[in-house]
Design a protein around this ligand. Sequence first.
Ligand SMILES: [Fe+2]
Length: 203
Amino acid sequence: MIERAGLIWAIVNPDTQLEIEPFLKGYDEVLSTFGFKDWKFFSKRQFKGPNWKLSYDGYLGYYHVPVLHGETFGRDMTNRGVYFTWGPHQHIKTPAMTPGHVATETLGYMAAIADRPEDEWDLETLSYGVWTVFPCISIASFGGGGRGVMISQVIPGERVGESTTFQYYIMENLPATQDLAESAEEQFAFLQEVVEREDIAQA
Ligand SMILES: [Fe+2]
């Protein structure tokens, strides 16, 4: 077990030969730009699903988003993703702009700062998108009630057709007002709804 990028990394199989540090391939260095070591725990949820690989599929690409999440995220969401990889871990951004959706602004922003010095880069904007940790963890940025991420772990169950999803909501700052707290709670309730009623139901 080690701590990197403000996260605790562990392998639950005590017989594993895998070493965590080489497995990270530098991904932890990129994730450290979030500054998770100073972030705060907001809430967590837990629910059952089918086979873990199917349950995890929704975190691996945007292809399904405008169709499966048309009623929630909206049908104008892009279905395309651009992938950046560190070993088996990947960061997904969208190549297209979708007005009003923060996660889609990142590629345009990257193009705009390509020639600018690094100390002018806005790391918060660069961090938008979905960060997956192979094989079953995802970190996705959201803004309800302030800057936050949903960290999802999809853990296989006793049988092949069973899994448990753990969702952790971590925020850069805990909501300072009742209104912000309600926005954060709404955001995370919405995300649970989307994952449970759409991704997992479809899986
Ligand atoms: Fe999904």
